[in-house]
Ligand binder design. Structure first.
Ligand code: PMP
Length: 449
């Protein structure tokens, strides 16, 4: 036995170059309760392999930044440094620059969402906004209602603040608001209430569908009726393929909505610029929370976004992105139709990045991922998008990032794998394959959305 190495904490050992983790995390006892239950999933390790070039990855929700005019971006960045370098490299205010807030209200108006620059707080992407909102409202054990499935990072913001996320099922028209109503009534009977409803009404991540107009109106009515707050997360509204315009929930019940926006999908996620629009008292709390977290947003990236919005044809760039995604969506839909075995279903997106796949009973998408990656195709298993461990028969396919030429290849590989798995399931179970029980994979984070 090797003598104990004083540089190695309890619970760890070293064998030559290799460091082996024994039993559990040696620091476990020291963590705050909200952190103790957090762990990286095995799935996360698989995604490290999925980023190899031979794998067609439908996993990460990443924008096609290669569709940006890089010379234009270069000139924007250079101009900020040349003309405003000292300010750009200095600290700024906690609410974010007034110039940027005013410009972002124009972006919101472009989508038909009214807003005043004073209502906005600039954040480090929409993700920080979701975290600040969760920290502002949630005590341990509080209930939040969210679409099922919903955005991984949204779940993470809520559960890392020890909230209980209950899911409202979805269909092709988004959140089934009539079921939300039942859940609200049930909560009232229990003498409890939801702290807020978290919704992504436009081209939802991961389901790819949008909430219908009547449901938006009903949601707004329910908010009044049940004295509810709504967190409306809208990264994808401008990436619309269909020309249908939906009213924002904010428009319908402004005092009850905390609205989250981002330039990640309309410009670039690398500038990490998002915002939250909230009623003034909530806005003030969010500013204090953000100052405690990181003092202020980066002046440099805020000014890059300002310069992008004032000197570049940003509306045309959004159209260009949308065309790229529409073409990729069509290719993926065509490939699914030709390659998937009977019994596999999927949503038809009206915009943005995602298709939501449901596979027949007996196939577990978490268990299948390692085989898929061995076949050089990756997706995100459905369980990552539920806080309650359901979704084992579902998966998210993101078509925004892979090259057009590789989408068919990736879907064909997945189709071949599913054909083979289904043959196996039928051979073992006949027509009576088991329904998988809910199970937790752990957060499928680190995928850029
Ligand atoms: N909300 C949703 C629904 C998302 O899909 C994402 C990222 N993909 C975000 C928020 C956060 O994005 P970002 O922090 O880059 O603005």
């Amino acid at each position: 036995m090797l003598p104990a190495d004083p540089a190695v904490p309890d619970g760890w050992s070293t064998t030559g170059e290799m460091r082996v983790r024994l039993d559990t995390d040696p620091y476990l006892e020291r963590y705050a309760a909200r952190v103790r239950g957090m762990s990286a999933s095995e799935i996360r390790a698989l995604f490290a392999v999925a980023s190899r070039p031979e794998v067609v990855s439908f996993a990460g929700g990443m924008p096609a930044t290669s569709a940006l005019d890089m010379e234009a971006v270069e000139s924007v960045v250079a101009r900020v440094i040349r003309d405003h370098g000292a300010t750009a490299l200095q600290y700024g205010g906690g609410q974010g620059r007034p110039e940027l807030r005013a410009l972002l209200t124009e972006v919101m108006h472009h989508e038909g969402v009214p807003c005043h620059a004073d209502d906005l707080v600039i954040t480090v992407g929409g993700q920080q906004a979701l975290d600040l909102i969760a920290r502002c409202f949630l005590d341990p054990g509080d209930i939040v209602l969210a679409e099922g499935p919903t955005y991984v990072g949204g779940i993470g913001a809520m559960t890392s603040n020890q909230a209980e996320v209950r899911h409202v099922p979805m269909d092709d028209d988004g959140m089934q608001v009539e079921l939300l109503e039942e859940m609200l009534e049930q909560l009232a009977r229990e003498g409890r209430r939801a702290k807020y409803v978290y919704t992504i009404p436009n081209h939802q991540n991961p389901a790819g569908v949008s909430m219908s107009v009547p449901r938006r109106h009903r949601l707004a009515e329910l908010a009044e009726l049940h004295d509810l707050m709504i967190v409306e997360d809208n990264p994808y509204g401008l990436l619309d393929f269909t020309g249908v315009t939906y009213p924002s929930i904010r428009q319908l019940v402004p005092k009850r909505v905390i609205y989250v926006g981002t330039v990640s999908k309309t410009f670039a996620p690398g500038v990490r610029t998002g915002w939250v629009a909230a009623p003034r008292p909530i806005r003030d709390k969010l500013i204090l929370l953000r100052e405690a977290a990181d003092l202020c947003p980066s002046n440099l990236t805020q000014m890059i976004v300002e310069s992008w919005l004032t000197t570049q044809p940003w509306r045309e760039q959004i159209k260009r992105f949308t065309e790229v995604y529409r073409e990729k969506a069509e290719i993926m839909l065509g490939s699914l139709a030709s390659e998937m075995p009977d019994g596999v279903h999927w949503t038809v997106p009206g915009g943005a990045f995602y298709i939501w796949l449901t596979v027949p009973r007996g196939i577990d998408t978490s268990d299948l991922l390692a085989k898929a990656i061995a076949q050089r195709v990756a997706y995100v298993p459905g369980r990552g998008f539920y806080a309650d461990g359901s979704g084992g028969d579902q998966a998210r396919l993101c078509f925004s990032y892979p090259e057009v030429a590789r989408i068919h290849e990736g879907v064909a590989r997945l189709g071949e794998l599913l054909h083979a798995e289904l043959d196996l399931v039928r051979a073992v179970y006949g027509d009576d394959a088991p329904q998988f029980r809910p199970r937790h994979d752990g957060p499928a984070g680190g995928l850029g959305g």
